[in-house]
Design a protein around this ligand. Sequence first.
Ligand code: ADP
Ligand code: MG
Length: 433
Amino acid sequence: MTQDAKEIFEAVIDRVKVLDPVNSRSWFDNLALKNFNGGMLEIICPDNQSAAFLQDTCISSFNLAAQQITGHLVTIKFIGDGKVPKGRPAGQGAAEPKLHPDYTFDNFVIGPCNRLAHASCIAVSKSLGTTYNPLFIYGTVGLGKTHLLHAVCRETQSSNPKAKILFLSCEEFVNRFINAIEQGAMSEFKNQYRTVDLLVIDDVQFLQERDQSQEEFFHTFNALYDNQSQIVLSADAPPGEIPSLPERLTSRFKCGLVARIDAPTYETRIAIVQKKAKLRGMKVSDDAAKYIAGKVKANIREIEGALTTLYALAGAGGQEISEELAKIALGDDETRDKNITITDIIKAVTSYYEVRPADLQSKKRSQSITMPRQICMYLARNLTSHSLEEIGGHLGGRDHTTVMHACGKIAELQQSSEKIQLQLAELTKRITK
Ligand code: ADP
Ligand code: MG
């Protein structure tokens, strides 16, 4: 393999970090080049989970980054560690559970709000079926239920590679059940669920309006329970308070351990900000972390949103986020969650740089127009969920590669120029106000 291939690979990773601030992770630095032959780039990932995460979530950013760097289309292949646990059930649903690489016990911050839930999840993954069965975790949205459930599966997978694990959202369970009925495949369905060592079902409150699925779930539950297979469930309310679930089902849910997760305290939130920042390879000053923790109270998911905005502002280069930058970017009023449109961005940018919207959409290529145009593209990419094509469409019908190029360029400038960084912060503040 040539030196070139290695350089191209590294440039692609750097570009992905810029193009995909939401999904960039610090472990991207642990990706390694297997081979690049011009047409295919094979990337070695730390494990199967990260390979699956990249394939599901980041493939389009990798494709675009590779296209930008090499100037032509490149096929990307992510390779895991190849450790496929033996003894997985065959047939439909036999695929390994798709576990988020960040959702591990190590990455879970423990506080008074979640101590019991966390400890019971650890206990369960150490000895399936014998400690608390079923384990029922509940709490409102965004408090870490799904995170803990993934961690249980992951831990079980590594300590007991032969265990048959099935992780499903309640919706998936219901859908598979309906499919099985339609295809007359009920006995396969039954066998598949009734022979696992660990069945994890997320958000069981969605069973409430599904009479037939409730019935099947009840039987599955009993079969697994009698077999001493481990069952872990989550919901947004305690078993008895999920409307319209029959008593016989809720009393089963209660017969093991029921653990509640509460909203995290200020100190726990600060620790979560720091943990999440580290996962993205960001440095956040203590004061900035306190500021973010003070703004985000009820739903930890919002911490991710705040960090994404800051990542985009500080650049992927790892510059420390100061309290001042956090304040500017996250604004002071509570209404900043409004939907930002490309029109808002064009308005703010044109008035800031004193150019006309028509100029941005024109073919003019003077520096005084090109720069604001590229900044528009960059902000639209980071503050809205529009695709590259849509952003190009709003800016004079430019194609997606032009938008990609602009985003990369501004992101680079931002790292080298404090002036640009401050301009972007000011614009972000005006747009999100
Ligand atoms: P739920 O399933 O309860 O709605 P999630 O598990 O999806 O919530 O969590 C939302 C986000 O908050 C995830 O990114 C998760 O990693 C994060 N999170 C929640 N609680 C914690 C915690 N104690 N430590 C670290 N991250 C957490
Ligand atoms: Mg969830």
